[in-house]
Design a protein around this ligand. Structure first.
Ligand code: PLP
Length: 385
């Protein structure tokens, strides 16, 4: 380049492209909000593109900040590699159990129509049914939620992994509700571990994201997806998720303790017909949950109003003062969801009822507020029902 001084228009776009050099490691990873990466030599860039040398080339191929979150997720899940996606839904690519997150089911149903995927929905806590389905025809993937949304059935991951592997299938576990604090599905034989980072991992209600963890080979396949499908988690979201993740264990332990208090309280309440919480002794998979999760049972409680109607559910939601009536889980604050109008809205009413999601069904994601305040809010709302 000739030595004359660069014009102001050129200087402003070339200046401040990197941090000034200096000693001292930051204790928080830098947010590298750059889409592209410049190389001094074309040969070096070629080697990075070719995967012969580690590095970054373009936002969809990997960015340093998202890679920091990916390393963290791999470590938390105890797997070789994790890949982050823009949402939990973008991370989900498999076959579903029957009572899973409503949109997951809708996605698989769409695949049966658009991609001729052969998908069977079944209750994955019924191992005889799972075995029969796996033996009926060659199956690529068995997919299950560790704690299923919103019925809170608990899957025995070690047993499902055995059944899947004996029949030549992989096992994918959506561990969003359990979080890496309760258990590590890969240690029990799961081939893939999925999280919606939007929920507990970030925990502050201000980021969407998802991750898929597993072998190095799976990591390579997932990276190919982020490159071609374009659903890679951008760095700013990754940076926020790393910040949220720091308090994951503290938050989840507190939320589990408070959820047990809420579940026991609801179980005694005259306006409540049924409570579903894996920590209650009458939960069908209480023993599995105790063994698998080491004494924690998750931060979500579902229950059915004795007045099992939509107007009663609406009165409950409208009377809440502390809890948000909101469509998510795993945040710092308590949130209540009414699945028939939200996550399970697409499901025909008959099918919803068959699953147990009746008109008075509500789901509480317990936050980190003082438990007495959460109970007072619930009682106030139940008084209005
Ligand atoms: C169990 C479970 N998995 C995955 C998802 C999807 O995650 P996201 O909303 O980040 O796409 C949800 C969303 O509620 C969920 O409950």
């Amino acid at each position: 380049m000739d030595r004359r001084e660069l014009g102001a228009g050129t200087r402003v776009v070339r200046a401040a492209r990197s941090l000034p050099p200096g000693q001292g490691q930051p204790v928080v990873p830098p947010l590298v909000q750059s889409v592209a990466f410049d190389y001094g030599s074309a040969a070096e860039q070629d080697a990075v593109f070719g995967g012969e040398r580690p590095g970054y080339v373009y936002g969809r191929y990997g960015t340093p900040t998202t890679a920091a979150l990916e390393s963290a997720m791999a470590e938390l899940d105890g797997v070789e590699a994790a890949t982050c996606f823009v949402t939990g839904m973008a991370a989900i690519a498999a076959v579903a159990q029957e009572d899973c997150y409503g949109q997951t089911r809708a996605l698989f149903e769409r695949w049966t129509r658009e991609r001729s995927a052969d998908v069977v929905f079944l209750d994955t806590t019924d191992h005889k049914a799972v075995e029969a389905a796996l033996r009926t025809k060659p199956t690529t993937l068995l997919y299950a939620e560790a704690i299923a949304n919103p019925l809170l059935r608990v899957n025995d991951v070690a047993a499902l992994a055995r059944l899947a592997h004996e029949n030549g299938a992989s096992l994918a576990v959506d561990a969003t509700f359990a979080t890496p604090v309760l258990f590590r599905p890969a240690a029990l034989g799961a081939t893939m571990v999925i999280h919606s980072l939007t929920k507990y991992v970030n925990g502050h209600g201000d980021v969407m994201g998802g991750s898929v963890g597993g072998s190095t080979e799976l990591g390579r396949a997932m990276r190919d997806r982020t490159i071609l499908d374009g659903a890679y988690l951008p760095p700013h979201e990754a940076w926020l998720a790393i910040r949220g993740m720091r308090t994951l264990a503290l938050r989840v332990r507190r939320q589990c303790e408070s959820a047990l208090v809420v579940a026991r309280h609801l179980a005694k309440h005259p306006k409540v017909a049924r409570v579903r919480y894996p920590g209650l002794e009458d939960h069908p998979q209480h023993e599995v949950a105790t063994r698998q999760f080491g004494g924690l049972y998750g931060g979500v409680v579902s229950f059915v109003l004795r007045d099992d109607t939509k107007p009663a559910a609406f009165r409950f939601l409208d009377a809440l003062e502390l809890a948000a009536s909101a469509t998510t889980i795993g945040d710092l604050f308590t949130e209540v969801l009414y699945p028939p109008i939200s996550s399970h809205r697409r499901l025909p009413a008959e099918e919803r009822k068959r699953l147990g999601i009746t008109d008075g069904f509500l789901r509480i994601s317990v936050g980190i507020e003082d438990p007495d305040d959460i109970l007072a809010d619930i009682d106030r709302a139940l008084d209005r029902v």
